[in-house]
Design a protein around this ligand. Sequence first.
Ligand code: ZN
Length: 63
Amino acid sequence: MAEKIPQHVHCNMCWKAIPVDEKFCSDECKQRYQAMRKKGRILWYFMLVLIAAFTIMIFVGTK
Ligand SMILES: [Zn+2]
């Protein structure tokens, strides 16, 4: 039958298998992940502003 795999999770950055109580395999991955998330958040806000501007444009344009 199916073999039991020891409990583990994957590094949030490079997907290496790591112990369950860890989130990253190294400090480098941790830092890279945090930098990526920060960048992603800025991009997300930028997109929201674009969508809002687009919606307003359509709304105003149909009047
Ligand atoms: Zn890693």
